[in-house]
Design a protein. Structure first.
Length: 194
C-alpha cells in the first residue's frame, strides 16, 4: 500500500512538471520562434504605437471611416475581456428593435440600397474584425463623401483589402476593417501632403 502511494505521488509530481511546466514552456518557445506575430496577437504598429490587432475588431467613429459589425462584447462593445454575443434570440423584442433601428439609420445614409446583414447583427464573439465585401461597398458612398474621395478609388481600395476564402473553400470573402481604415488614412495623408 505504501509503495503504491509513493508511486502515485511521484507520478503526479512528474506529470505535473512535464505537462504543467515543460510542455507549456516548449509550446510557447516554438510559437515565439515559428509564429511570432500570431502568438502575440497579430498587433498592427504604426509610428511606434500599437493601433490594434488584425484579429480583434474595434470601434470606429465618424462617417469618414468604414465600420465593422456591431459588438455585444462588454458594455461598449469590442471588449476582449468579455467576449460573447448578446444571447438574444431572433424573436427577442430588444434584438428586433435594435436591428430595425440600425437598418433605419443605415438606410438614411444610403437610401434605396439593401443593408447587408453583417452591419446590423453582431457576431457570436462580438470581436469580429472583418465585414463582407458587400458591407464595405454599402459604406463607400458615405466614406467617399466624408473624405472627398471618388467612389471608384474606394472600390479599388476595398477590392485590394478583400481576402478570398481560405484554401479556396473555407469561410467567405472578407474585408479587415482596421487594415482598410489604416490604408484609407495613409492614402488621405498622401493626398493632403501633395
Amino acid at each position: 500500500m505504501r509503495r503504491n502511494l509513493i508511486t502515485s505521488f511521484l507520478y503526479t509530481i512528474v506529470t505535473a512538471v512535464l505537462l504543467g511546466v515543460a510542455y507549456p514552456l516548449l509550446m510557447t518557445a516554438l510559437a515565439q520562434v515559428f509564429f511570432h506575430d500570431k502568438a502575440n496577437g497579430q498587433m498592427i504598429v504604426r509610428n511606434g504605437s500599437v493601433v490594434g490587432s488584425r484579429i480583434i475588431g474595434q470601434t470606429f467613429s465618424g462617417v469618414s471611416y468604414f465600420h465593422g459589425r456591431p459588438s455585444a462584447a462588454g458594455a461598449n462593445g469590442y471588449d476582449a475581456s468579455s467576449s460573447g454575443g448578446s444571447n438574444y434570440g431572433p424573436t427577442n423584442k430588444k434584438y428586433i428593435d435594435r436591428v430595425e433601428s440600425s437598418v433605419a439609420e443605415l438606410q438614411g445614409d444610403n437610401p434605396g440600397a439593401p443593408v447587408p446583414i453583417d452591419l446590423v447583427t453582431a457576431s457570436g464573439s462580438g470581436l469580429d474584425p472583418d465585414i463582407t465585401p458587400a458591407a464595405a461597398e454599402f459604406q463607400i458612398p458615405t466614406v467617399a463623401k466624408a473624405r472627398g474621395i471618388s467612389a471608384e478609388e474606394l472600390k479599388q481600395l476595398v477590392a485590394k483589402h478583400t481576402a478570398e476564402r481560405q484554401l479556396g473553400f473555407l469561410g467567405e470573402p472578407r474585408v479587415n476593417v482596421l487594415e482598410l481604415n489604416l490604408e484609407l488614412d495613409n492614402a488621405n495623408s498622401r493626398v493632403v501632403s501633395k
